[in-house]
Design a protein around this ligand. Sequence first.
Ligand code: F6R
Length: 614
Amino acid sequence: MCSVVGYIGKDYGRNFIIEGLSRLEYRGYDSAGFACLHPENNRLLYCKAEGRLQNLAAKFVTNPIDGHIGIGHTRWSTHGKPTETNAHPQFDCQQIISVVHNGIIENHHQLRVQLLEDGHVFHSDTDTEIIAHLIESLLKKHNDLNRAIVQLVAMLEGAFSFICIMEAYPDQMILVRKRSPLCIGMGDDEMFVASDALAFAEKTQKVLFLQDESFAIVRRNGVEIYDFKEKPLPIMIHELAFDWKAGDKRGHKHFMLKEIYEQKRAIHATVEFLASLQDDLWGHIGLSEEVIYNLERLSLIGCGTSWHAARIAQFFFENICNIPTRIYLASEMRYMPFFRESQSLYIAISQSGETADTLEALRMVSSFNLPTLALTNVASSTMVREADGFLLTQAGHEIAVASTKAFSTQLAALYWLAHRIAYEKKLIDGQAMELAEDDLLIAAEVLENSIENYKFIIQQKLAPFYAQFKQSIFLGRHISYPFALEAALKLKEVSYIFAQCYPAGELKHGPLALIDEHIPVFIFSCQDQVIYRKLVANAQEAKARGGHIVAFCFEGQQELIDLADVPFIFPRCRALLEPLVMSGLMQYFVYEIANVLGCEIDKPRNLAKSVTVE
Ligand code: F6R
């Protein structure tokens, strides 16, 4: 879980690099390092430390190196112990080439043996050092930087990205990406480079995401990009829709509330980002078009909220692109018989891209040589590196443990992807694709407006009332059932109120026995007339037993509205977008209940943001 950050430009780069690394440090690391070229004589200078970034910063007091071109790294050790020597940057024999690297060079042992035979001297146990020594020998051989890089990448196996600065090329920085993300923030006479745009989001909104299997020569005033055969690639700049201010609640009491309110912008950003990839989509996400054209089956894998997003998305893929879709709960999948299905794509859904069960399930699928895609919110995550392709939601940094904007952007991205696959398979035309994008933007609007509509009554009356109950039942049908699962999870984790969710049709098969006036029943409606009628019948069953009904329903659903003690009424929308439209208000309601109870909302007891153990 390493991070890389770099700078080239008019200013001195160290402060930005350390600040950028600290923005990514929530991912965990065990050592850190920085290198730059001396601003006057271009000599390579460096400083490294074991442990936290503060340890590195403390060393700058006695070793105040800085320059107009620099690179930094936080390392999570894979090859070699977390020592200062093994920390990045790593160097060539003469210490004039410096490299920071994410990922793994799988054939490093074989390359090291060869380089040792050629007389190179190694100082660390890392696979990264190989890169610096190879650049050294390839530059001697060719004296042409681009050719040296092309030859270098042909020799390296694995998933990796790295940044390199050299005394011999003091006005340029070399970036290489293969299955591990790298992006460039375009400034004014300065460029910011990082494994995750979060690192420079406060400096610039203009981002260039390096395409898979490409390299870039970055100067302070321009960028050249090539594929691994040295063919120049177009420069495609994306606009970051908002800046991420990690650690800043922007006046909200909790991060969860701030993140609930960021959803409209986050959905917009996700749709705009995905739409901007249109021509280049499969190349950008790292999958071959063939995989998509021949797709006959889909499997979605996730845990917790991401698993709920997967279950909702099953309706997208089966209805929009007619592809049978299987949903796997990652923690169960690995212990079940696995049947290898050809013409299938496996999508791991994970906000963090680090969840251990999902990651292991992804690895298991990869071991069968089946195509994989990671849908995640964290560009520099392990899943992004290990899956064949990746698609990024643009939710921005999610800090509250309970997932809100990551969930809604997952839904938006999956809805978009279902349409894009349908378009590729010629099931829908370009106009329908554009309509789908518009529908997502409208859904985002409704999501936010519905919070505003009910905010006052929730704060004043409803949250204090529902905070008194110790338990609750959640019901949904069809697409609203997985959404009800998500609602129940959200209430449990932030308020510690016990919530049990059922498909509404199961009520009379047992759970009806639980219902009396001491238990609120949350019902999530659908617009489909047949399903709606069934839900009304379920609501009547609950009401007849004294149940207290909170209904999330749609305009015109009068019978349900009349039955409910509390009806939340939404404008009509695309049926498949019902969960997205309802998600903001559902999250807001449970947030306010937890707030009344004085819970530790952003960090609920016993829970962690990134579950990196099984
Ligand atoms: C609940 C929540 C968790 C996560 C789950 C998977 O609000 O956030 O259920 O969804 O731990 O995490 P990711 O999506 O990072 O794989």
